[in-house]
Design a protein around this ligand. Structure first.
Ligand SMILES: [Zn+2]
Length: 208
């Protein structure tokens, strides 16, 4: 998914296309629209971030590539935590890994800036706890994805340091993860439609 998605309005529809297409032809009327300042095509912001360049974040990735992030399932999704040096800590079958690469296109949930203080040192300490061995990974597998448990437990550990209540898995997912996953799914389906048909359209609301 390397292309930039643009959006413009024509024939009462929002038309999505790739910016690399030399000229945009409206797929409904087959005219080449002329744009003013106010209705010029806008680029959709890509929902993927380089996790190695964002510090102190909860990262959602997929070993199968970013287009699988939209399918929220334990087998497709892998999550980790970035430190301020671009390392991504993630709990796997072989224990906690510190990845310097591989998280270039993931979804980033920035956690409260207050937690950034001493994040790196705490994350390192937390990662070597006996809770996160490879043996435990197998044991805990039945309870859902272990990588998620590792990342959320750390965030809760940091929240408790500033006197805040821990978040349950459900709360964290509902509040921070699902809205992002929803946006990603939408982006991915628009992207796939453009790849297949050259465009994607939706009826625009009348009032705009
Ligand atoms: Zn048109």
């Amino acid at each position: 998914m390397e292309e930039t998605v643009i959006k413009y309005r024509h024939c009462g529809s929002d038309v999505y296309s790739f910016s690399s297409y030399s000229q945009c032809q409206c797929p409904i009327c087959h005219q080449t629209p002329t744009f003013g300042l106010l209705n010029a095509p806008v680029a959709l912001s890509c929902p993927f971030t380089n996790g190695h360049k964002i510090s102190c974040a909860f990262l959602i990735g997929s070993i199968h590539g970013p287009s699988y992030i939209g399918e929220w399932s334990d087998t497709e999704i892998h999550v980790g935590l970035s430190n301020s040096e671009g390392l991504v800590y993630n709990y796997t079958l072989s224990g906690v890994r510190r990845d310097a690469g591989g998280w270039e296109r993931c979804v980033c949930v920035c956690v409260c800036a207050q937690l950034a203080r001493s994040w790196d040192a705490e994350l390192e300490k937390f990662s070597v706890l006996p809770d996160w061995t490879s043996e435990r990974f197998e044991e805990e597998r039945v309870f859902g994805s272990c990588c998620y448990g590792f990342a959320l437990s750390f965030i809760n550990h940091m929240l408790s340091r500033i006197g805040q209540q821990p978040l349950s898995r459900d709360q964290f997912t509902q509040r921070h993860v699902l809205p992002r996953i929803k946006a990603v799914s939408q982006y991915i389906s628009i992207y796939h439609a453009i790849s297949q048909h050259g465009f994607y359209t939706v009826n625009a609301p009348d009032d705009v």
